[in-house]
Design a protein around this ligand. Structure first.
Ligand code: ACM
Length: 512
């Protein structure tokens, strides 16, 4: 028998220790957070997640309980099941969610503290807490189970957003997306701390929201989509379900009724909305700019009043989007008269107006927001009239633009948007005359001429969406593409674990 010397034994134990400790990541600063937080300080140890780990919630907030439920569902995927319990005082171990005012962190900020025994997430409001939870979830390894001990690196993340509006749009009019598909889209936004989902609910090809006082909008106007498919619509009950699903994830729904152009579906449903009194045929093509509501008929405004009254009653968010883009067959003066009147209707129902940048040609009501997509002159005119700006430059932020000439889906009328080009810009310096004080935030629109379901949409949405989320959340001085792409690369495995069909851009060093 061979003699084992003490020094050989020590060496062997040392190797074994190294092998074990290599598995435990104790440096929190190595986590690939998207969006990049304001600050991360590592403390060099680890918190062990166990089957018995409990999520404690400060009593008194329904929203915190919802957030804890979402966290428990995610951690439960690893542990089998994770318990949630409300408490009146901070516990000494486990995971603890609480709301705590903190002027340094602003309205939606949070602090995530991962200690050896206790993880604390304190948000300045419920939204902040939800974002802290999203940050914590990004520290969990992908595809883990408790067959091996699971450790999270310790330290503190302090964080708050650059902009208050961080959104994406989904065009459910060109192609209809089911309730489940919209919920999936909401989940994508929530993972990256986005807080607004703009739903483009009507266009030439389809009307997608039940309006009880004008039932033919959905009986007729919802019955098709681009390419001639069967279309669809949300009942008011279903829409409310979406609003709630989004609210549980701290996301506001911004509903859009596009007008006076992009209205063929309404014009096909009700003859009287046409100047010639004749109903239009349903439309399943992709041309734009051929339709208009009749701006000098009173019935048009009765119609809009009813639609916006019902929509406002279903929508707790502060905005109603009135479209206003590409009204190429509405005379300029008629367009201005129309937008002036419609804005007043939005105000009457207690909501703020958003419209595409063309609405700046009208007199803008107080608190109007102009969504910059194409025209710099319109946008700066809006600012001069006192409007706020939502930044959605088509050449940078349109999710339906192709990556390059080989892209499977998408269009390229505003150019190709590779992942770096989509990321590498600053909303506050893109347009001369539009500065940070004018801007409420950023929104990445997904138009659906070329995608008919969520699987197809995923190819355009990922991997660009996390970049738009980071532009909205992280200060420009903290962002640069070369560093961002290494963090994005680590999210590829997350996309795969979620079954997301993403575009594997050659510009990103994806991990094998
Ligand atoms: C738009 O892309 N027509 C706003």
């Amino acid at each position: 028998m061979k003699k084992i010397t003490v020094s050989a034994l020590v060496a062997a134990l040392f190797v074994l220790f190294q092998a074990c400790s290599e598995k435990i990541e104790t440096d929190l600063t190595k986590t690939a957070f998207i969006p990049k937080p304001v600050s991360i300080a590592a403390t060099g140890t680890a918190f062990e997640i166990k089957k018995s780990t409990v999520i404690y919630v400060q009593e008194g907030s329904e929203q915190l309980l919802h957030t804890a439920g979402i966290l428990a569902a995610e951690i439960g995927k690893v542990t089998g099941q994770t318990r949630v319990q409300t408490v009146s005082e901070a516990p000494s171990k486990g995971i603890y969610l609480a709301i705590q005012e903190n002027d340094d962190l602003g309205k939606e900020g949070y602090e995530l503290n991962i200690g050896k025994k206790l993880i604390t997430i304190t948000g300045t409001n419920a939204a902040g807490c939800f974002y802290g939870v999203q940050t914590l979830l990004q520290t969990l390894p992908v595809n883990t189970s408790l067959e091996e001990p699971l450790y999270l690196a310790t330290g503190t993340v302090r964080d708050y957003p650059e902009y208050g509006y961080r959104g994406a749009m989904l065009d459910v009019a060109r192609h209809f997306f089911t309730l489940e598909e919209v919920k999936q889209y909401i989940d994508f936004l929530a993972m990256y701390k986005m807080n607004a989902l703009h739903l483009h609910l009507s266009d030439d090809q389809g009307w997608r929201i039940e309006i009880k006082s004008w039932p033919k909008l959905t009986e007729i106007g919802a019955q098709t989509e681009v390419g001639g498919g069967e279309g669809g619509f949300y009942t008011q009950e279903q829409y409310k379900e979406l609003v709630q699903y989004a609210a549980d994830r701290q996301i506001m729904i911004v509903p859009e009724i596009d007008m006076p152009g992009h209205t063929n579906a309404a014009l096909a449903s009700y003859a009287e909305l046409n100047c010639d009194g004749k109903a239009r045929d349903l439309y399943t093509g992709t041309e734009v700019g051929f339709s208009t509501l009749c701006t000098d008929k009173e019935v048009t405004y009765e119609f809009i009043d009813d639609v916006l009254r019902e929509l406002a009653a279903l929508t707790p968010g502060e905005y109603i989007h009135i479209g206003g883009d590409e009204s190429h067959v509405t005379a300029h003066d008629d367009y201005v008269y129309f937008v002036n009147r419609v804005q007043k209707i939005v105000e009457k129902y207690g909501k703020k107006v958003i419209g595409w940048d063309e609405i700046a040609n009208a007199e803008l009501v107080d608190d109007a927001t102009v969504q910059f997509w194409a025209d710099v002159k319109n946008t700066t005119m809006g600012v001069e009239k006192g409007a706020k700006v939502l930044m959605s430059p088509a050449a940078r932020a349109y999710l339906d633009m192709q990556y390059d000439s080989t892209s499977q889906y998408g269009l390229h009328w505003a150019g190709y948007i590779e992942v770096d080009h989509g990321y590498n810009w600053d909303p506050a310096t893109l347009v001369e005359g539009v500065t940070k004080e004018n801007i409420i935030g950023i929104e990445a629109p997904l138009w659906s001429e070329t995608v008919s379901n969520i699987d197809e949409a995923e190819y355009l949405v990922f991997p660009r969406l996390p970049g738009y989320a980071e532009i909205g959340w992280t200060a420009p001085a903290q962002r640069n593409w070369d560093e961002y792409k290494t963090r994005l690369a680590k999210h590829g495995k997350r996309f795969e674990a979620l079954g997301i069909d993403y575009y594997k851009s050659a510009l990103v060093p994806w991990e094998e």
